[in-house]
Design a protein. Sequence first.
Length: 131
Amino acid sequence: IATAFKSLPSINLVISNMRGPQGQRYLAGAPMVAFQGCPIVPPGAGLNVSFVSVNDMICLGVGATPEAVADPHRLTQLIMQALVALEKVALPKKTTAKKSPANTPSRRKVPAKKVVPKKIRFRKIDGQDPP
């Protein structure tokens, strides 16, 4: 068994993130609109997923061996869809305060009803009286 484990790779997935430069970057006066990384798949691994943030954008790169991932482009699409879904539920929704018209009469205040607490009933357990 020990011989079999020696031939297996120690990793099969690499995930990396890196903070890139913040603020707009230019090349010969043209603004950079995307940053495309080239994630390298190390020997023995099958997949590398790398994220780089540049100018308040997150750029995603996927590198894969054909044996590990048949369609890396499809995997990239699925990761992006999952990030969009996560953003929808994780980020607070923007709300605006509703303004009431100045000439709308306010509701008349009504006193609250008096609440009488109900008696708590205990039942006997194993023939013993309740506390």
